[in-house]
Design a protein around this ligand. Structure first.
Ligand SMILES: C[C@H](O)[C@H](O)[C@H]1CNC2=NC(N)=NC(=O)C2=N1
Length: 101
């Protein structure tokens, strides 16, 4: 079944379970900061594995010691759906394992 775009209220409710994540309206995003570049780069492959398993992919922007994660659902015209909040939770699990602040 096709995912349904979440309402602004549903997005806000979902973000209460995702500290550090924000909504721009049509996306949910978080920027993680790491000890350095290799630590920031190392998490990318793990996120990619989860994204392949879910068949849902965020935009990942790697800079020196930061990784920005930004996601929406293309198949509904670029809106936030439960697929995005599910991926965000999975990425949070990986971040905890990497002891990201
Ligand atoms: C064909 C394939 O199922 C689609 O392109 C998947 C892949 N990853 C995706 N990722 C995101 N963020 N949104 C999608 O709609 C999406 N669709």
């Amino acid at each position: 079944m096709a995912p349904r775009p979440l309402s602004p209220q549903e997005i806000q409710d979902a973000l209460t379970e995702l500290p550090g994540w924000t909504s721009t309206g049509d996306r949910i995003e978080r920027t993680y900061t790491f000890a350095g570049h290799l630590a920031a780069a190392a998490i990318v492959t793990e996120i990619a594995r989860v994204q392949e398993s879910l068949n849902h992919h965020a935009d990942l922007t790697l800079s020196y010691d930061k990784l920005k994660v930004s996601v929406n659902t293309h198949s509904v015209g670029g809106k936030v759906t439960e697929l995005d909040t599910e991926l965000a939770h999975r990425i949070e699990q990986i971040a905890v394992e990497h002891r990201v602040a």
